[in-house]
Design a protein around this ligand. Structure first.
Ligand code: PMP
Length: 314
């Protein structure tokens, strides 16, 4: 092993035999919170930097800039530290203080923007794009960079197929950039055309409407971080998605509590969303194998959040 980057991926797949008790098929969760940076985003950070290096886009000591909800920033900060790059992360103010602190501790420069929609210039992604142009920095652009989907198609997706001995009934995941569901979804459909691919979407996200009717749904507020959204990223491929499960904040956070207390899985809010949706898909039956989902990140970045504090106090 040459560095911590070699610890990325090949994560364990664990059965959720307590929270999924009594269902017609088993439900398995891929422990992406056990990556060295604490999230699934380590995979794409390494893939995006590898790809840019191979294409000759990164001079030694170059600056990377990303508009990020936090986890990709941590992954990029790890890669930047080991490979000798600088990193600037632009994030909206709704993101947790813990994520900001982790990025700063890892040596990244953090720029906070107001919670503005994509149509406004102060939106975090617009700010990142502008700063990249003005300074000649490399925009990692996880929402459209194809290395993101490829990392999941060739990495996460193939690992799941191998760990399930080639039998998967359904795959369930939320979409932030869409990289996970598009990449794993494609890998599964190529190998097992009958496997279902289901989007887990927070109530309040506009993506469910787009998948179901081709039209964005109403915009609402929700507290789960990293998934759902008000516009469709290029890396979200509708063609591989069969259906959607909408999950409320209350259901997601209640499930995180069960995952922690019954399964010993120390995960963040979007893991709750994914598992609620996965249990619904499993309960419906008619599948040719187990349901697989992902636990995208670790609980340690949400310590300051009310839902986490409520869990600590009861
Ligand atoms: N959960 C969390 C906590 C995340 O940060 C992200 C990435 N934004 C996701 C889920 C969704 O992953 P993807 O970007 O691959 O759709």
């Amino acid at each position: 092993m040459a560095s911590a980057l070699d610890c990325i991926g090949n994560t364990p797949l664990v059965p959720l035999d307590r929270v999924a008790r009594g269902l017609p098929v088993r439900v398995f969760a891929k422990c992406e919170h056990l990556n060295p940076g604490g999230s699934i985003k380590d995979r794409i950070a390494r893939a995006i930097v590898d790809d840019a290096e191979q294409r000759g886009l990164l001079a030694p000591g170059a600056t990377l800039i990303e508009g990020t909800a936090g986890n990709t920033g941590v992954g990029l900060a790890l890669v930047a530290a080991i490979r000798g790059y600088k990193l600037v992360c632009v994030m909206p103010e709704k993101m947790s203080l813990d994520k900001r602190a982790a990025l700063a501790a890892l040596g990244a420069k953090v720029i906070i923007t107001p919670n503005a929609p994509p149509s406004q210039p102060e939106n975090f992604r617009n700010v990142a794009r502008r700063m990249a142009e003005e300074n000649g920095w490399f925009l990692t652009e996880q929402f459209s960079n194809e290395a993101n989907v490829r990392a999941h198609r060739e990495g996460t997706g193939r690992e799941i197929l191998r760990q399930c001995d080639g039998r998967v009934g359904a795959f369930v995941a939320g979409a932030g950039t869409g990289g996970t569901i598009s990449g794993v979804g494609r890998a599964l459909k190529d190998a097992l055309p009958a496997a279902l691919v289901v989007l887990a979407d927070p109530v309040g996200s506009r993506l469910a409407g787009w998948i179901e009717r081709g039209e964005l749904g109403p915009d609402g507020a929700y507290a789960v971080e990293g998934i759902g959204g008000s516009e469709v990223p290029d890396n979200l491929h509708r063609a591989v998605i069969d259906s959607v499960e909408s999950v409320s904040d209350e259901e997601s956070f209640a499930m995180v509590r069960r995952l922690v207390r019954e399964e010993g899985l120390l995960v963040g809010g979007s893991a709750g969303t994914n598992v609620v949706a996965a249990l619904r898909v499993a309960a419906r039956g008619g599948l040719e194998g187990p349901v697989v989902t992902v636990l995208p990140d670790s609980w340690d970045r949400y310590r300051a959040k009310p839902w986490m504090q409520a869990m600590e106090q009861s």
